[in-house]
Write a protein that binds this ligand. Structure first.
Ligand SMILES: [Zn+2]
Ligand SMILES: [Zn+2]
Length: 587
């Protein structure tokens, strides 16, 4: 049994890492890359005892099989497999069974390997943490390694603190210290290790989920989705009949439904068309679930409909059509769903992928590390002006692929560090909130200044105070228009009632051009951090209108000569956005 080249590289990366440090590590390998063989090889070469943990019995069995293939048989400790043996050098356990029998894990292990490690919770009482703490008592030098295909969770972010490509991970919620290896999907497909995904054009119907709102960084809510699908009338019917037509030439089809109600509707339609189909949800009893999976793998069932359960640990290589009927804000989840169809199998060259929910993700997108802010956003590369790190942020591009706008806030680059000190994140901010007390830069959502700890004034509070004074007006911007007035740049802002507010910039001297950059070009740029053009004339700026964004709000004060701008608010989403609850003098 020979490891593939990248599997050997993964093993080497783990060896190199743990030679230097006992910091916990993560390796990222796409579904179907053969994670089991990597961890089996690590178990083989480890000098001490190794404990391999995972959360489902299917993976315990699969990992045990690979361990036996590469080295002598390990022991299996998993109630679900009716075995509770931990006598061998390598033990493959389900985390539930091991955590319930802590006292039986008091021997000294040198290494702990966690499969599907994105499930490990940081909270102290979790089963994983109980085990980590218990085993570490018997060996303070314990090495902890996690493997996963998806190192990112909506809501908490990256599962590691830093990445070996020199990028920062999650500083607050990370379970693991460092990502030490990451294998992209593309080479696995081009080398033929995975089936080729093919996207279907010519959809008979598609859901429009673009009005869904994210729930504080989590994925969309069932209730919202159900009510939307309810309004989309015949879409589900049309989608199911297209799938039935395609089914004749397919071996196995997995449908990802959005909610339980939606899934039942789909199942009903499939049955009505005489298809062999079954439904699995989170509440399907274990024995029934096992039976259905066996029948599906034996091709007695052609369709398997599921709601968020077949994303990890399930393996049916013959699947050659994946139909995605659920919206998701997570690139990882989208790729996990597609991944169910990418295993290679006899008589299978490719897998058809149909995105009926118009999620619009590319299969090869990198995970950006934050939820997608707009439905047209794609990952864009933005180099840091300070450290040159190539950041990947969400952004918008034009037809030529040039970046029109990006949503990055802070540079994700890690600065060079010595062996003993923790890596430090580059401090460059693409968008920042300036502290009025010390002038320091903060995240645009920060409430306390990270430099001087002073309370950053809530813009709404400030607006409320100012607007109670006389002669102030809050201008709510709806449109911005640039024009060339005999060599002078005129910026016209229009509010919701069509009232204009003008600013003028002369461009004759160096000082005037510097003022233009400070007051207009930089604050209005859609691509902060990317060097703006060297504008010499007003007409050049007019030609580049689209490169500038308008502020949502402009705070004005009445002077003898007219209105003067006191402040403008970009990235504003507070209560003054739509309401007219301020007092002003009027115009
Ligand atoms: Zn940087
Ligand atoms: Zn400050």
């Amino acid at each position: 049994m020979q490891l593939r080249d990248y599997q050997q590289q993964a093993v080497n990366a783990a060896i190199a890492h743990f030679k230097q440090t006992n910091q916990s590590a993560v390796m990222v390998l796409p579904t179907g890359a053969g994670k089991s063989l990597v961890l089996a090889e690590l178990a083989r070469i480890a000098k001490g005892r190794v404990l391999i943990l995972t959360h489902v019995k299917e993976l315990v069995a699969q990992n045990a099989e690979k361990v036996e293939l590469l080295t002598s048989a390990g022991s299996i400790f998993a109630a679900g497999l009716k075995q509770k043996d931990n006598s061998a050098k390598t033990v493959i356990a389900s985390v539930q069974s091991a955590a319930r029998n802590l006292t039986q894990f008091s021997a000294s292990y040198s290494m702990l390997i966690i499969d599907e490690c994105h499930r490990v919770s940081l909270s102290e009482g979790s089963q994983y943490q109980l085990l980590f703490n218990h085993i570490r008592q018997h060996n303070p030098g314990l090495k902890i390694l996690g493997l996963t295909a998806t190192p990112y969770r909506l809501g908490t972010g990256w599962i590691y603190k830093s990445h070996y490509h020199g990028r920062v991970g999650s500083t607050e919620h990370a379970t693991f210290d460092r990502c030490i290896f990451e294998l992209p999907l593309r080479p696995l497909i081009s080398k033929g290790y995975l089936a080729k995904p093919v996207l279907l054009d010519g959809l008979t119907a598609q859901y429009d989920f673009s009005s869904l709102q994210m729930q504080s960084g989590m994925d969309y809510s069932e209730q919202q989705i159900d009510s939307l699908i309810g309004k989309m009338g015949r879409a589900t019917k049309l989608i199911v009949s297209q799938l039935c037509q395609l089914a004749d030439s397919k071996q196995g089809i997995i449908i990802f439904a959005a909610t339980v109600r939606h899934a039942n509707e789909i199942l009903g339609l499939l049955n009505a068309q005489g298809q062999h189909a079954a439904l699995i949800t989170a509440t399907t009893p274990n024995t029934e679930r096992d039976q259905l999976l066996v029948a599906f793998k034996a091709k007695q069932l052609k369709f398997l409909v599921n709601v968020a359960v077949l994303t990890t640990g399930f393996d049916a290589p013959h699947v050659d059509l994946i139909a995605i009927l659920r919206p998701t804000a997570s690139v990882s989840l989208f790729q996990q769903m597609v991944g169910r169809g990418l295993r290679s199998a006899p008589d299978k060259k490719q897998c058809l992928i149909i995105d009926y929910a118009a999620n619009g993700y590319d299969l090869f997108y990198p995970e950006v590390g934050s939820p997608r802010p707009a439905s047209k956003a794609v990952p864009v590369q933005v180099p840091c002006p300070d450290c040159q790190f190539a950041n990947v942020f969400w952004g918008l591009v034009d037809n030529d692929g040039d970046i029109i706008e990006h949503y990055g806030r802070r540079c994700q680059g890690l600065l060079e560090h010595s062996a003993n000190s923790a890596p430090k994140q580059c401090s460059y901010r693409f968008r920042a909130r300036i502290c009025p007390d010390c002038g320091g830069e903060n995240d645009i959502a920060a409430r306390v200044c990270q430099h001087c700890q002073s309370q950053l004034i809530d813009p709404d509070k400030r607006l409320k105070e100012v607007l109670n004074k006389q002669h102030h007006h809050l201008f709510r911007c709806q449109q911005m228009q640039l024009s060339d007035q005999q060599g002078v740049l005129q910026v016209q802002y229009l509010d919701i009632d069509g009232n204009p507010f003008y600013r003028h910039f002369k461009m004759d001297t160096d000082a005037q051009r510097r003022a233009l950059y400070a007051l207009f070009v930089h604050p209005h740029s859609r691509t902060p951090g990317l060097k703006p053009k060297n504008y010499r004339t007003a007409s050049e700026l007019v030609a580049d209108q689209d490169k500038f964004r308008m502020p949502q709000l402009i705070l004005l004060k009445k002077q003898a000569k007219g209105w003067q701008q006191l402040d403008s608010f970009f990235d504003y989403s507070g209560r003054y956005h739509n309401q007219l609850n301020y007092s002003d003098e009027g115009e």
